[in-house]
Design a protein. Structure first.
Lengths: 86, 232
């Protein structure tokens, strides 16, 4: 068994209202000379997974995302896997 | 006459469980017990109520952690067997996370927590609303930050086709429009059932307007309809 470090990034899908991103954009009016737009706010979750190999780790992480960590009605996700010393 | 057996689920952070329990036991004079989320036995119950509140502090997503609790498996089985489940407010959010109801609840359009009475138009073709007239307008309070119902266009079509939209936000005359929509919900949706019709999720709180002392008993019909269904 090997230990893997997962960095999971979850973002609201484009068709869903992102009130946090919108609030940031509205408040930018108070900052002079900064032109920035299209803010979307998501979340990052870090955790470790024990698995026999990277492929299996990917499978476990996908299952965890679909069953619990991500609501695919409104969110999409990506993740990276790194080997951890056990 | 045999008393109906209700059960109110209780999660860490639930805060409307006593209101529901009170209505069932003291207003409707039926049996009612609490079921803690770590229990697994929900046999011998006519109706499960998932109350409002902030289960698990609304961490990750509202209702998502409650949907992983021990009771979840039994709840899904109970639903598959046709058992009556009603989720109010956070209960609705939990039911969508359990995938017992389609869609999800987003942050309110205004970003504010909204606590006020709203008008709802009732579709009485369900086991939860048979005691109302069809298209009756009732006044029921809402109290939520995440009540903005959202679903894909495919699900929207299904909801309409299968007559699953049970409560819609409306004006005092029953018109569903943008200004009568408090939170940005899709098509003004305030409550839906699953396709089979045995699971209802609704953001408004019928248990808060079920007693004459509050000057409004518009919510009582939901619980009376459930009783009526089980009587038959």
């Amino acid at each position: 068994m090997a230990l893997y470090k997962i960095n999971l990034e979850i973002m609201p899908i484009q068709s869903v209202l992102d009130p946090q991103g919108e609030a940031i954009e509205v408040s930018l009016k108070n900052l002079d000379k900064i032109k920035a737009s299209n803010f979307r706010v998501g979340k990052r979750i870090e955790f470790k997974v024990e698995a026999p190999n990277k492929e299996k780790c990917k499978e476990i992480t996908n299952k965890l995302c679909k069953d619990f960590l991500v609501n695919e009605v409104i969110e999409k996700y990506t993740f990276t896997i790194k080997n951890e010393k056990k | 006459m045999r008393k109906n057996k209700f059960a109110v689920l209780n999660f860490p952070g639930s805060n409307c469980e006593k209101d529901c329990h009170f209505v069932i036991e003291h207003i409707l004079k039926q049996d009612c017990k609490y079921i803690w989320h770590e229990e697994t036995d929900i046999n011998n119950v006519d109706c499960i109520i998932i109350p409002g509140g902030f289960s698990y502090g609304d961490y990750l997503r509202t209702g998502s952690i409650a949907a992983q609790s021990k009771i979840a498996k039994s709840l899904k089985k109970y639903s598959r067997q046709g058992g009556t489940i009603i989720g109010i407010c956070n209960g609705f959010q939990i039911l969508t996370e359990l995938k017992l109801l389609p869609g999800t609840l987003l942050r309110n359009r205004s970003l504010n927590f909204i606590c006020k009475e709203v008008n709802l138009v009732v579709n009485n073709k369900s086991r939860f609303t048979s005691k109302y007239n069809h298209n009756q307008v009732v006044k029921v309070p809402i109290a939520h930050a995440e009540g903005n119902y959202f679903a894909s266009s495919t699900i929207q079509k299904e909801l309409i086709k299968n007559n699953q939209i049970i409560f819609s936000y409306c004006d005092k005359d029953g018109n569903i429009n943008n200004s009568s929509n408090p939170n940005g919900s899709l098509n003004g949706i305030a409550g839906i059932t699953n396709k089979e019709g045995n699971v209802l999720g609704m953001m408004p709180h019928p248990e808060r307007v079920s007693e004459k002392v509050f000057g409004n008993i518009d919510g009582l019909g939901v619980f009376e309809s459930i009783l009526d269904f089980h009587k038959n």
